[in-house]
Design a protein around this ligand. Structure first.
Ligand SMILES: [Zn+2]
Length: 66
């Protein structure tokens, strides 16, 4: 589990980590936004490949009619 603390520089809730004896704070909200964005990107990619598959089907139907 992550250690959520209050960031000393901005006062926001942040994930606290000790990396190479250096205290680091990662904004929780920022991380949530990044997660959301990557989810949306994945969804878009899914729809893109679906659209491309449909496009190919349409092209196949069109060329069949020739
Ligand atoms: Zn901060």
């Amino acid at each position: 589990m992550s250690d959520v603390r209050t960031c000393p520089t901005c006062g926001a809730k942040a994930k606290y980590k000790l990396i190479e004896e250096k205290e680091t704070y990662t904004a929780v909200q920022e991380e949530a936004v990044f997660k959301k964005i990557s989810q949306l990107k994945k969804a878009i990619d899914k729809y893109k490949s679906k659209a491309e598959a449909l496009e190919k089907e349409i092209q196949a139907i069109k060329s069949d009619k020739k």
